[in-house]
Design a protein around this ligand. Sequence first.
Ligand SMILES: NC(=O)c1ccc[n+]([C@@H]2O[C@H](COP(=O)([O-])OP(=O)(O)OC[C@H]3O[C@@H](n4cnc5c(N)ncnc54)[C@H](O)[C@@H]3O)[C@@H](O)[C@H]2O)c1
Length: 446
Amino acid sequence: MPKPVSIPRRAFLQASSAAAWTIAAAPSVLRACTAEQELHVAVVGVNGMGWSDLSQVGSHAKVKFVGFCDIDTQRFDLVDKAFPGVKHFADYRLMLSELADKVDAVIVSTPDHMHAPAAMMAMGMGKHIYCQKPLTHTVWEARQMRLLAQKKNLTTQMGNQIHSAKEYRLGVKLIQDGAIGKIKEVHSWIGVQGRQYCKRTDRPESAPVPNHVQWDLWLGAAPERPFAPDIYHPFKWRDWQDFGSGALGDFGCHILDPVFSALLLTAPTSLVAQNDGTTNEVWPGPETITYLFPPTKYTIDSPIQVVWRDGGLKPPRELAQLPEGVELPGGGSLFIGETGTMVLPHVGMPSLYEANKAKNVPLPQIAGTNHWHDWVDAVIAGKKTTDGFEYAGPLTETVQLGNIAARLPGKTLQWDAAKLALAGDPAAAALLSKSYRKGFDVPAVV
Ligand SMILES: NC(=O)c1ccc[n+]([C@@H]2O[C@H](COP(=O)([O-])OP(=O)(O)OC[C@H]3O[C@@H](n4cnc5c(N)ncnc54)[C@H](O)[C@@H]3O)[C@@H](O)[C@H]2O)c1
């Protein structure tokens, strides 16, 4: 199995103080205790979804937590009750360096802008990773995460847990079994919109930082800005471009996941967004992103259109061939095949239709699995998961490409995945990556 490695504390401190740790430079030391006996896990971000992640991972008999990191001292109460005695940290860099030889694997459940800085540092040290969706904040970061996981031969899993649920797995199986023939186009949608939570488009007045919050560490890689209560931390950071990824980033890695899995999609060749315009601060309101993908063995033999809608927009009902009285769900995907349609709700069992009636195909029985335990088991067995970064990376690249298009509505972008390039469009290409605040860089994988 892949062995966990670590970097010595002094080397880390020297490197991080220069804000220049590099993947190639990380020396490795093996942890004495093998993961076959007990898997030692550290967590970055222990409340919100982090609490769901760690309570699921912690319910695995072989998992032992060795470090909990959160920038808010008031957010440790749940973990302390459930897993008492685990050391607290505010800075993941110090946690990883101090526990370098005690940790096998790391859960990253911070806001989106800190996934790559934390996960890339941990992977550079040879740690296996469970990282929340969207895997990263930018397209470039998603590529680096995939490359580093591959280079270090790590067991990884993205936190779009419905990937392993029976509903999505059945949807994937039905499409691949040909229940509605080859797929001609797909429509995916969610009722949430990009600026759902703060209801504003400009920055608020600054306010004093409460004693329990380490605002500088919360900002991490993002450009400095003053604290404001009930605007960013917790949860509402989603609306802001510097921290979150809007409705598409929040739900795209869930809802487009069975589309990717079923059709074996990897990368779009072009995309274009429509919305009511946006500022440089927050994500747009209701939007449509139209992607074109190359055909695969599960699609018809011409470019396949996948349309994303959010903010209450839905595909035209008649496309679904629904019988009278049946409506499209609040979120999900509509697959249009040669011989019928399939509606896969987010989250619900798939339904098949043909010419305005339910399609009478016996649905196969398919079981779901525990997404978190699948990761733990795979780490221990030295195996890969079905939602590792080799899969989750391209899915997240697609989602975050959509967010580039959303900032340039009406412009058709041409994507060259092999070259990581948006050809002929410097304004769009500039949004593939971003700059990092000193001390929180994400190095390129060389
Ligand atoms: N898979 C799902 O169904 C699902 C659901 C909700 C959220 N998420 C994802 O989980 C992540 C967290 O979202 P959330 O809603 O829980 O956010 P949140 O703001 O409610 O919680 C984040 C937690 O991380 C802590 N934190 C923030 N920055 C940190 C840092 N630099 N170091 C350590 N701790 C830090 C916060 O104090 C908080 O406890 C996001 O990426 C989000 O997209 C996934």
